[in-house]
Design a protein around this ligand. Structure first.
Ligand code: PRP
Length: 214
């Protein structure tokens, strides 16, 4: 009987997981069952390759990886920065490309240039704080929202927002523009620090094979 340890993957739910499964199938690892919307099963096992997969809310993926409940995680760079968990970021998977930006009405550009005390609405307070305090050296009031952040400047809650811009259509439809870019984003593979030592051969082999098909 194969007693090799299972390598466990935590995948961020949604498009990220779909892309990851597609990518894994290119290196001969299939786990389509995980994408079956009818199933209530939470953990999927590939006995042949001794792998386990589970889906988690994006922000929880780095938590599972830091504590070793998952050896490997796939999650957006935005989540990695925001959660600031201990894990090795080993691979840029290239999909889920978008940008973290400071956005607002065109007129708010002057507030950024003059380093005024402004209100910033965001789902990403850690990223926003780091950008304004450590990069721009601008003191701001950061207001945490949980979604539809573009509402901030529209209803007078904030002067600007820090949010993800992908196609730019949400901004455009609401009369907002990108004022500054904070950083580029995409899906990344992260690895538990102990697993990286203990299972280095299998994990490095996986990384090498993924790099070949990326
Ligand atoms: C994200 C993001 C923007 C939008 C950007 O929101 O927060 O609102 O997508 O995409 P676009 O540039 O292609 O228009 P999401 O759909 O995840 O929902 P949320 O606003 O509730 O977070």
């Amino acid at each position: 009987m194969n007693k090799e340890k299972y390598l466990t993957f935590a995948l961020g739910k949604g498009r990220l997981a779909e892309h990851t499964i597609e990518l894994m199938s290119k290196i001969g690892i299939t786990c389509d069952e995980i994408l079956d919307k009818k199933t209530r099963k939470l953990i999927f096992v590939d006995e042949v390759h001794r792998l386990k997969f589970f889906l988690a809310k994006g922000p929880d993926v780095p938590t599972y990886v830091e504590y070793g409940a998952a050896d490997i995680g796939v999650v957006g760079k935005d989540t990695i920065l925001e959660e600031a968990r201990r894990a090795y970021e080993v691979l840029d998977l290239g999909f889920g490309k978008c940008r973290m930006c400071v956005c607002g009405p065109e007129s708010a550009g002057a507030l950024l240039k003059n380093h005024e005390m402004i209100r910033v609405a965001t789902k990403y307070p850690v990223i926003a704080r780091d950008y304004f305090y450590n990069v721009k050296h601008q003191t701001v009031d950061i207001i945490k929202l949980n979604g539809s952040v573009e509402l901030g400047p529209l209803v007078g809650l904030s002067d600007v927002i820090v949010d993800i811009v992908e196609t730019g259509s949400t901004l455009k439809e609401n009369g907002l523009v990108v004022l500054e870019e904070v950083c580029p984003l995409s899906a990344r593979m992260i690895v538990n620090q102990v697993s990286m030592q203990m299972e280095s051969e299998r994990i490095n082999d996986l990384i090498t094979r993924l790099k070949e098909v990326l």
